[in-house]
Design a protein around this ligand. Structure first.
Ligand SMILES: [Ca+2]
Length: 84
């Protein structure tokens, strides 16, 4: 019985560890917009650094890999802020 109890405790500890680790591994891009690479923050608007946009966030050249919600790729070639 003692061994069974110890195994039960070990199993519960492992399960708690996995549950705590899962969200981090499932969302490694947390805080980054899914449409852009490398990381562009998720905020009200992002403009090209050095451009005429008013922010509040700015980025340099980025690859657009999803819907261009921030309108960074004006010519639609998949690269945003290419003149930055
Ligand atoms: Ca472009």
């Amino acid at each position: 019985m003692r061994n069974a109890l110890l195994l039960g405790v070990a199993g519960a500890t492992a399960s708690a560890f996995l549950a705590a680790a899962a969200p981090a591994s499932a969302a490694p891009q947390s805080g980054c917009h899914a449409s852009y690479r490398p990381c562009v923050p998720i905020t009200s608007d992002v403009d090209c650094a050095g451009g005429s946009g008013n922010g509040p966030a700015y980025t340099g050249r980025v690859e657009v890999i999803g819907p261009d919600e921030y309108d960074l790729d004006r010519d639609g070639d998949g690269i945003g802020c290419q003149n930055s």
